[in-house]
Ligand binder design. Structure first.
Ligand code: PYR
Length: 382
């Protein structure tokens, strides 16, 4: 269409709108996820989940007749890129809201930008403590480690009768550090002894020194607050040292990538999640079949949470009368979201208000129960 034609169409739409006739508009939603780099193991599945849901919603006529348009950016799993991408989406692209970023580590850097500009930021994979303390515009449907890990350690006692464990975690990532703090408190509370605590740094590939020390303390299990690739290599190297202990992990373990590297070395790993491939609910079966048909592979928890998150936002938006003022519409979405209740691929979901901290208003966490999965034959089962 020529520039003149576009101007004509735009003025005609404005005239109709001024006359009070509803005019369909695109709803621009920012997607800031790690599509390259190590966190792409999660980020690509997340992007697919959003795409599947947005395509479904658009095929049914969009939201009150308005089409969802995803503006997708790669934040590479890096803090600086997450900041850049958030700025672009919020100030340049003028999206209504932003989904992402993939890692809690990046969320701590980028979410303040969304809160300062009164724009909803919705994390579907951020599970560290403190994410929603960044402000009242931060939402997440990813269940926080503080809710999941104590359930997982209790299941480990029941499943394996563990009495003493070794702990290994990444000490330079917000998610793995937060997971460690939660594990430590849960172990103390559940009176499980810690034989040794070891750390590593992002990008490490050789964990033999730490694992040799752990081996000498003969724990009943290894607690690992790690992202998927490091977790998989740690498991592999544990087995090569002749150690047979089961692993207990957090949200970072929730990826098929774990098994691509560790294979059946990962057998008996315990991990908690609201989502399971085995959940027979119709909403989950349909999601899994549609995902496979569209992307040619099975979904994981990260895809399921993104898929549900898009529907949660759509539900909120269905109650909002868009005004055309970005500032007002961003606020209206923020005000409509907390009341949404949803029953999707990850089961029944509601938001829970985060307590204010240091006089600062909190955002909204996920209120959802975790189910503990066990790894058998290259996948997590119930
Ligand atoms: C996080 O960074 O919060 C994850 O759960 C992976």
């Amino acid at each position: 269409m020529s520039y003149q034609m576009k101007t004509l169409v735009a003025s005609a739409l404005l005239a109709w709108s001024a006359a009070g006739v509803a005019v369909a508009a695109d709803i621009k939603i920012g997607v800031a996820e790690a599509l390259t780099g190590p966190a792409a193991k999660y980020g690509v599945a997340i992007k697919n989940g959003f795409t599947l849901a947005a395509d479904e919603l658009n095929a049914k006529g969009g939201i009150n007749g308005n089409k969802i348009v995803l503006v997708v950016e790669d934040e590479q799993g890096k803090k600086e890129e997450a900041i850049n991408v958030f700025k672009k989406l919020i100030f340049q692209d003028k999206v209504l809201m932003v989904f992402g970023p993939t890692l809690s580590n990046s969320a701590f850097a980028a979410d303040p930008i969304a809160n300062a500009s009164k724009t909803v930021v919705f994390g579907t994979s951020n599970t560290a403590d403190g994410i929603t303390n960044m402000g009242p515009f931060t939402f997440r449907n990813s269940v926080m480690e503080a809710d999941v890990l104590p359930v997982t350690t209790r299941a480990a006692v029941k499943q394996f009768g563990i009495k003493k464990v070794a702990v290994l975690y990444g000490n330079d990532d917000a998610f793995t550090k937060s997971g460690y703090d939660v594990f430590k408190a849960a172990l103390e509370q559940q009176k499980i002894a810690v034989t040794d605590t070891e750390t590593y740094a992002k990008g490490d590939v050789d964990f033999k020194a730490q694992l040799t020390k752990i081996k000498a303390t003969n724990p009943d299990a290894i607690i690992c607050s790690c992202l998927a690739e490091e977790a998989a290599n740690i498991i592999l190297q544990t087995r090569s040292l002749g150690m047979k202990q089961p692993f207990v992990g957090g949200n970072g373990f929730n990826s098929p990538k774990l098994f691509e590297i560790a294979k059946d070395g990962a057998d008996n790993t315990l991990m908690g999640s609201p989502w399971s491939a085995e959940n027979p609910a119709a909403a989950n079966k349909k999601f899994m079949a549609d995902y496979k048909a569209k992307f040619g592979g099975d979904p994981d928890q990260f895809a399921a949470q993104a898929f549900d998150a898009m529907y949660i936002v759509a539900e909120a938006l269905s109650k909002v009368k868009l005004s055309g003022s970005l500032e007002k519409d961003r606020l209206a979405l923020r005000d409509a979201l907390p009341a949404v209740k949803f029953d999707g691929a990850t089961g029944k979901f509601a938001f829970r208000r985060a307590a204010p901290q240091g006089g600062k208003e909190g955002g909204y966490d996920a209120q959802q129960d975790a189910i503990v999965n066990i790894a058998k034959g290259g996948k997590f089962i119930l």
